[in-house]
Design a protein around this ligand. Structure first.
Ligand code: PLP
Length: 397
């Protein structure tokens, strides 16, 4: 312990991973736990993608792949960016990494110096915060609440930008809120960035296909800031491929070159077989994206209806992703007669204990007073989970 680096000692364990681990342990002890803590589709990877991976194994894709990814995969990614997002990238602007998470830290390490400020919009995806710290950067958090649909105002953004700001991280559809910014709102944000030379925007679009209302707009499709945007995406959520670990960026060439350089020292090119599977995913279509999206939409409606029947909870219906972030502040300070629930994290642990339902407290997302519920689960289990949550919360006085 005493010889651990300061870097590791000061780093938080991913809250979502910690909750998932805890609920797995309880399940292994035979307890009946419904897990709504992890952010992954409950579907299997579509058959045509699995077949491509099997063919890749038999086709002897067993040698080191290029650091940035196979050329045909990067070309397929360029085509995807062009056809689906209206962005032109060439293959030397694309880097394939071990999941969106890896793509994001590559970018942060490539452009953030110690002491640089990185603006993140709360509630934010947990890893942004600690990844910025790993790079020695300073996270600057812009708060939002359920009242303003978890969206930042232009004034908030404008006044947070200083001469130390290097990067703004943007995520729509959002984890953990499920909120989606409109084209007009995004364009206005892009205009703010445009006005500040030396400020870059990382647009995390991993949930683009899980969208129920409105349109998905890529930040880099606004020509006037194309040179300052890094687009991050992954096959994880859209194709139910979280375990395959393939993410990618499209970026100005100098940033892609930096990520390639970094990756050349850290990981080399990522798994050859997973890359072949990702190529199949992006090149072929069998309707599974639509099928999964429709299932998530049905579950969103189901869970939001049921949650809104619980005393004291406030819910904003999300427009994308597969999370809902109810405001649970009504329950803070209440007690079951033995324990006092002081924070959202306390409530999440209490619900795990009392209701056998794993959620994640909002504290790690920069959202104290909220809990995150992932509804990537079956209709029956969602219904049962909400019934148990409701019953348990009635105890708190
Ligand atoms: N960005 C956001 C907003 C996410 O929610 C996640 C995963 O939970 C990622 C990035 C990382 O995705 P991946 O599993 O491809 O690393």
């Amino acid at each position: 312990m005493e010889y651990l680096s300061d870097r590791i000692r000061t780093m938080a364990t991913s809250a979502t991973m910690a909750m998932a681990r805890k609920s797995r342990e309880l399940k292994a002890r035979g307890l009946d736990i419904i897990s709504l803590s992890l952010g992954e589709p409950d579907f299997n990877t579509p058959a045509y993608i699995r077949e491509a991976a099997k063919e890749a194994i038999d086709g002897n894709y067993s040698k080191y792949p290029p650091v940035s990814g196979y050329v045909d995969l990067r070309d397929a990614i360029c085509k995807k960016f062009r056809d689906e997002n209206g962005i032109t990238y060439t293959r030397d602007q694309v880097v394939v990494s071990g999941g969106g998470k890896h793509s994001i830290i590559n970018v942060i390490l490539s452009i953030v110096n110690p002491g640089d400020e990185v603006i993140i919009l709360a509630p934010y995806w947990v890893s942004y915060y600690d990844q910025i710290l790993i790079a020695g950067g300073r996270p600057v958090i812009l708060e939002t609440t359920i009242e303003n649909d978890f969206k930042v105002s232009l004034e908030q953004l404008e006044s947070a930008i200083t001469d130390k700001t290097r990067l703004v991280i943007f995520n729509s559809p959002s984890n953990p809120t499920g909120m989606v910014y409109s084209r007009g709102e995004q364009e206005a944000i892009a205009r703010v960035i445009q006005r500040h030379e030396g400020v870059f925007l990382m647009s995390d679009e991993v949930y683009e296909h899980i969208l129920f209302e409105g349109e998905h707009v890529s930040m880099a499709s606004f020509d006037f800031i194309y040179d300052r945007v890094i687009t991050v995406n992954a096959v994880s959520k859209a194709y139910a491929m979280t375990g395959w670990r393939i993410g990618y960026i499209g970026a100005p060439k100098w940033i892609a070159d930096a990520c390639d350089k970094l990756q050349g020292q850290f990981t080399s090119g990522v798994s050859s077989i997973a890359q072949r599977a990702a190529l199949a995913a992006l090149s072929g279509k069998d309707g599974s994206i639509q099928m999964m999206r429709d299932a998530f939409l049905r579950r969103r409606d189901l869970i939001c209806n049921q949650l809104s029947g619980i005393r004291g909870l406030r819910v904003r219906v999300p427009q994308g992703a597969f999370y809902v972030l109810p405001d649970i502040s009504y329950y803070l300070g209440k007690t079951d007669g033995t324990e006092i629930v002081r924070t959202a994290d306390d409530l999440a642990l209490w619900l795990l204990d009392r209701a056998g339902v794993a959620t994640v407290g909002g504290d790690a997302f920069g959202a104290p007073g909220y809990i995150r519920i992932s509804y990537a689960n079956s209709d029956d289990l969602l219904t049962e989970a909400v019934r148990r949550i409701k019953e348990a919360l009635e105890i708190l006085k």
